[in-house]
Design a protein around this ligand. Structure first.
Ligand SMILES: Cc1cc2nc3c(=O)[nH]c(=O)nc-3n(C[C@H](O)[C@H](O)[C@H](O)COP(=O)(O)OP(=O)(O)OC[C@H]3O[C@@H](n4cnc5c(N)ncnc54)[C@H](O)[C@@H]3O)c2cc1C
Length: 445
C-alpha cells in the first residue's frame, strides 16, 4: 500500500499541534486529524513555565504564543493565612518569565498555523481506529466531519496525541493511571492581585488554590478538590466554595471570585498521575497526555510535552521512513531518552501535590521557600523547568523535611514523622518514574 503521507498526527491539541508545526521545515508530508476544530473553552494548559517557553524557542515556535493577549508571569506569590511572600523566576535561572494564556486561544493560533503550512493537511475528523498490517500500524481510519464519510489514511509513522481522555491508550500502551484529585475552574475578572504578573498559590486551606493571569483582564482560578471522585456540581457546592474558599483569597480576588461563582458554570477536570509504557509496535509513537500525565499543580504538562517533542524530533531527524527498522529504532530511542527532560517535572508535580495536602509538610515547605536564597530559587528552578537535575530536586525535597536538624533532638517524634512522610511520598513516585516509557525495548525486529 502506497502511503499518502509521511506522518499522520492524531489530535491537534497542545502536543499534536506543536509537533506538527515543528515538522514544517522537514519536507515531510503530514496529515493532522483533529476531532473538533472549534476553539475549546478549557481550564487546562494555561500556565506555560519558563522552561516550556524556552523549548518553544528552541523549536522556533515561540511566535505561536503571540497575538492573543498571553501574559508574562514572573514568579509565584505564596499565601498561607495572613502570611505571603513572592519568589521570582529571574532568581532561579536564565529565563525570567513564563506565560499565562487562554488555552483555547493558544490552540486556535496553533491550528491556524497548521492550516497555513504547505506540508500539513489539517482535517476535522474523529479517528476511530488505527490500521494495522503485519503487526505494524500503517495508518488510521477516521470519520470526516464535513462529509460524514469513513476515510482511511496511510503513513509509515502515526503519532498519536489524543490527550488525557485518550481512546488509544489502552490499545497502544500499558498505563498506570490514577486520579489524584480534581480541579474546579473559573475565570476571574477585574482582579487586584497581591503581586501583578505572578501566579498565586494559596495553601491556607486543606488543599491548594491557584490563581494566575490568562489575559490582560482575566485570571484563572483552579481550586483543588481532593479524592478520586468528582465534586457534585450544583448550588450546594457553589455555596460551600463561597463560604470556604472566598476568605482564603487575597482581598482583591474575593469579589471577582464571588461574581464568577454566581454567574459562570464551574468547569471540572480530573488531575491524573499516569505514566504509560508503550507496547512496542512499529509505525506508531505516543506523545503528550496519552503517554504521561502529572498533577497540574506545578503547571508542568506543556513543558513536559515540548521537551518530548524535542526528544522525538532529535531521534526522527534525517530518518528515511521507508526504512522500517530505522523508524522503529528512532521511536524506541525517543521512549528511552525522554525521561531526562520530563522526570523532574513529573516528580516535583506529584510530590508537591502530596506535600500541599499534608499540614506538617506544607508548613515545612512554606518555611523553606520563605527562607529565600537557594532554598527558594533551587526548587523554583525545577518547577520552572529550567533545571532538570533529579539529584538537585531530591536534595531540596529532603531538606524541606529536615530543615531544622536540631529538631531531631528537640522534637524527635515530629521530626521522624516528617521524614517518614517525605520518604513515603517520594519512594513510590521514584519507582514509577524509573520505568521506561516502552515495554519492549528491543526495537526494529
Ligand atoms: C486541570 C488541568 C490543568 C492543567 N493546567 C496546566 C497548566 O497550567 N500548564 C501546563 O503546562 N499544563 C497544564 N495541564 C496539562 C496540559 O494541559 C496537558 O499536558 C496538555 O494539554 C497535553 O496535550 P495533549 O495534546 O496531549 O492533549 P490535549 O491538549 O487535550 O489535545 C488532545 C487533542 O486530541 C483531540 N482528540 C482526542 N481524541 C481524538 C480522536 N479520536 N480523533 C481526533 N482527535 C482527537 C482532542 O480534541 C484534542 O484537541 C493541565 C491539566 C489539567 C488536567
Amino acid at each position: 500500500m502506497q502511503s499518502e503521507y509521511d506522518i499522520i498526527v492524531v489530535g491537534a491539541g497542545v502536543a499534536g499541534g506543536v509537533f506538527a508545526c515543528s515538522q514544517k521545515d522537514t519536507g515531510r508530508k503530514i496529515l493532522v486529524v483533529e476531532r473538533d476544530l472549534s476553539e475549546p473553552d478549557r481550564i487546562i494548559g494555561e500556565l506555560l513555565q519558563p522552561g516550556g517557553l524556552e523549548s518553544l524557542k528552541a523549536l522556533k515556535l515561540d511566535y505561536l504564543t503571540e497575538g492573543f493577549g498571553a501574559q508574562p508571569v514572573y514568579g509565584y506569590t505564596l499565601i498561607k493565612g495572613d502570611r505571603n511572600f513572592s519568589i521570582e523566576y529571574k532568581d532561579a535561572g536564565s529565563a525570567a518569565y513564563g506565560l499565562g494564556l487562554r488555552n483555547g486561544k493558544f490552540l486556535t493560533t496553533i491550528r491556524t498555523e497548521l492550516q497555513n503550512l504547505e506540508n500539513v493537511t489539517l482535517v476535522e475528523g474523529d479517528v476511530t481506529d488505527t490500521i494495522e498490517s503485519g503487526g505494524r500500524v500503517t495508518g488510521v481510519k477516521y470519520t470526516d466531519k464535513s462529509t460524514g464519510n469513513q476515510v482511511e489514511a496511510h503513513a509509515p509513522l502515526t503519532v498519536v496525541c489524543d490527550g488525557p481522555l485518550s481512546l488509544f491508550r489502552e490499545k497502544l500502551s500499558v498505563p498506570n493511571k490514577e486520579v489524584s484529585s480534581y480541579f474546579m475552574g473559573l475565570v476571574l475578572k477585574d482582579v487586584q492581585p497581591l503581586k501583578e504578573s505572578h501566579g498565586h498559590m494559596i495553601v491556607s486551606g486543606d488543599s491548594p488554590v491557584l490563581v494566575y493571569p490568562i489575559n490582560d483582564n482575566e485570571w484563572r482560578i483552579l481550586i483543588d478538590y481532593p479524592g478520586t471522585k468528582p465534586p457534585r456540581l450544583g448550588e450546594k457546592l457553589k455555596e460551600s466554595l463561597k463560604k470556604e474558599v472566598t476568605p482564603l483569597l487575597p482581598e482583591g480576588m474575593q469579589q471577582p471570585f464571588v461574581t464568577a461563582l454566581e454567574n459562570d458554570p464551574l468547569q471540572v477536570m480530573p488531575n491524573h498521575k499516569m505514566k504509560a509504557q508503550a507496547r512496542h509496535k512499529d509505525g506508531v509513537a505516543l506523545l503528550g497526555d496519552i503517554l504521561n500525565m502529572r498533577h497540574p499543580l506545578t503547571g508542568g504538562g506543556m513543558t513536559a510535552v515540548f521537551s518530548d517533542i524535542i526528544t522525538l524530533n532529535s531521534k526522527l531527524d534525517g530518518v528515511d521512513f521507508s526504512d522500517k527498522k530505522k523508524t522503529a529504532d528512532a521511536v524506541n530511542a525517543y521512549y528511552l531518552n525522554r525521561s531526562r527532560g520530563v522526570e523532574t517535572i513529573n516528580i516535583l508535580a506529584n510530590a508537591l501535590y502530596q506535600v500541599m495536602i499534608d499540614e506538617d509538610l506544607k508548613m515545612a515547605c512554606f518555611e523553606y521557600l520563605n527562607a529565600g536564597g537557594e532554598k527558594s530559587s533551587g526548587p523554583l528552578s525545577i518547577l520552572a523547568g529550567m533545571n532538570r537535575d533529579k539529584q538537585f530536586l531530591l536534595k531540596h525535597f529532603f531538606r524541606v523535611a529536615m530543615q531544622h536538624p536540631v529538631d531531631f533532638v528537640l522534637r524527635p517524634a515530629k521530626q521522624f514523622r516528617l521524614l517518614n512522610k517525605a520518604v513515603g511520598i517520594i519512594r513510590p513516585i521514584l519507582k514509577e518514574e524509573g520505568k521506561p516509557a516502552v515495554l519492549d525495548t528491543d526495537a526494529g525486529k
